[in-house]
Design a protein around this ligand. Structure first.
Ligand SMILES: NC(=O)c1ccc[n+]([C@@H]2O[C@H](COP(=O)([O-])OP(=O)(O)OC[C@H]3O[C@@H](n4cnc5c(N)ncnc54)[C@H](OP(=O)(O)O)[C@@H]3O)[C@@H](O)[C@H]2O)c1
Length: 306
C-alpha cells in the first residue's frame, strides 16, 4: 500500500511475567532484563507495578514496560493480549509466576526473619504450617487464581507465543504440587496419565476437591491437608502444562519449582533469597531451542512430577 510504513521487526526477545511487582516475580523481571530480554512486568495493582518498574529502571534496566494484569479477570487478560499484539505482534516468553497461598494466618505475621535463625528447612516448614489455616474461601481463591487464572492467561496468550520462533512458557510451580502429596492412588494416577487426561477431567477433579473440602472430607478421599488447595492447584497446573506441551510441540512448556524462598508468601521463612529462587525460573525460561518440554525442574535439575 502506498505510503504504508512497515514496522521494523522487533529483534529482542519479549517476555511477560505475571505477579512481577514483588518477590520471585520481580527478581525474574530483573534477571531477564539483565539478560537482554524486553520485559513486560505485569501486576494486578497499577501503583505497585509502576513502582516496581521504577525500581528496576533505577538499576539502569531500561527495557522494561508495565502492563496491568489481574489473572482472574478475563478483560484484563484480553487487554494485555491486545497490547502485545499491537506493540510486538508476538510473545517469546511467558513466566506464570502470580499465585496466592489461599490460607489465613492464625496470628499477625511477625516479619522479623531472625526468628528462623537456627531452624532447618523442615522446622521452618513446620512453623509455617502451624501458623496458617486453610479456609473454604481461601481454597476457592487458590484454585481460581493458581489454576484457572494461570490457565486463562496461557490460553489467551498462546496464539502470540505460537507467532514466536521460540515460544516458551515457564510455569512457576511448587514441590507442594508433586503427585506424592495426594494419597488417593486413583487420582494420582489420573493426573499422571497425560496421554488420556483431559481439561474437562481436570475441571471435574477440581470440582470434586472443592466439594470434599466443603464437606470436611479431604482426608477421607485422599486429598492433601495443610495448604490443600495450593497443592492441588499446582498439581493441576503441572498436569495442564504437560497436556499443552504435547499439543504444542514447537513451544517449550515447562514447570519450575524455585525452591523455598524468603518472600511474603512464605512469611519470609524460606532458605533462599528471591534472587536465588528466580535464577532457577529464568534458567527454565531461557532454555535453548530443542531443550526439554513438558518437564519439571527443581534445584536446577529435571525431576519427576510424582
Ligand atoms: N516463596 C516460596 O518459597 C515458593 C515456593 C514454591 C513456589 N513458589 C511460587 O513462586 C511464585 C511467586 O511466589 P512468591 O513467593 O514470590 O510470592 P509473593 O511474594 O506473595 O508474590 C506473589 C505475586 O503474585 C501476585 N498475584 C497474586 N494474585 C494475583 C492475581 N490474581 N493476579 C495477578 N497477580 C497476582 C502478587 O500480587 P500482589 O502484590 O498484588 O498481591 C505478587 O506479585 C508463586 O507461583 C508461588 O506459588 C514460591
Amino acid at each position: 500500500m502506498e505510503g504504508a510504513i512497515s514496522k521494523p521487526p522487533y529483534t529482542r526477545r519479549i517476555a511477560v511475567v505475571t505477579g512481577g511487582n514483588k518477590g520471585i516475580g520481580l527478581e525474574v523481571c530483573r534477571q531477564l532484563a539483565s539478560d537482554g530480554v524486553t520485559v513486560v512486568l505485569t501486576a494486578r495493582d497499577e501503583k505497585r507495578g509502576a513502582d516496581a518498574v521504577e525500581k528496576l529502571k533505577a538499576l539502569g534496566l531500561c527495557d522494561i514496560l508495565f502492563h496491568q494484569l489481574e489473572i482472574t479477570d478475563s478483560s484484563s487478560i484480553a487487554a494485555l493480549a491486545d497490547f502485545l499484539k499491537t506493540r510486538f505482534g508476538r510473545l517469546d516468553i511467558l513466566v506464570n509466576n502470580a499465585a496466592v497461598s489461599g490460607v489465613e494466618h492464625v496470628q499477625e505475621v511477625d516479619t522479623n526473619e531472625e526468628k528462623f535463625n537456627g531452624m532447618d528447612l523442615n522446622q521452618r516448614l513446620e512453623w509455617v504450617l502451624k501458623n496458617i489455616r486453610d479456609t473454604v474461601d481461601g481454597a476457592k481463591k487458590s484454585i481460581q487464581t493458581n489454576y484457572y487464572g494461570t490457565k486463562h492467561v496461557i490460553d489467551t496468550l498462546l496464539p502470540l507465543l505460537q507467532s514466536s520462533n521460540g515460544g516458551r512458557i515457564a510455569n512457576v510451580t511448587s514441590a507442594y504440587g508433586l503427585l506424592r502429596r495426594i494419597n488417593n492412588e486413583e487420582i494420582r494416577q489420573e493426573l499422571d496419565d497425560i496421554e488420556n487426561l483431559t481439561e474437562e477431567r481436570l475441571d471435574e477433579l477440581l470440582g470434586k476437591f472443592l466439594k470434599d473440602f466443603e464437606a470436611d472430607a479431604l482426608e477421607m478421599h485422599g486429598w492433601p491437608v495443610g495448604l490443600a488447595a495450593y497443592k492441588v492447584a499446582k498439581a493441576a497446573m503441572n498436569a495442564y502444562s504437560r497436556i499443552l506441551a504435547r499439543r504444542n510441540r514447537a513451544l517449550r512448556i515447562n514447570c519450575v519449582h524455585p525452591g523455598y524462598v524468603k518472600t511474603d508468601m512464605s512469611m519470609s521463612s524460606g532458605v533462599l533469597t528471591p534472587e536465588e529462587g528466580a535464577r532457577s525460573v529464568v534458567n527454565v525460561a531461557l532454555l535453548p531451542d530443542g531443550g526439554p518440554t513438558g518437564a519439571y525442574f527443581a534445584m536446577g535439575q529435571e525431576a519427576s512430577f510424582v
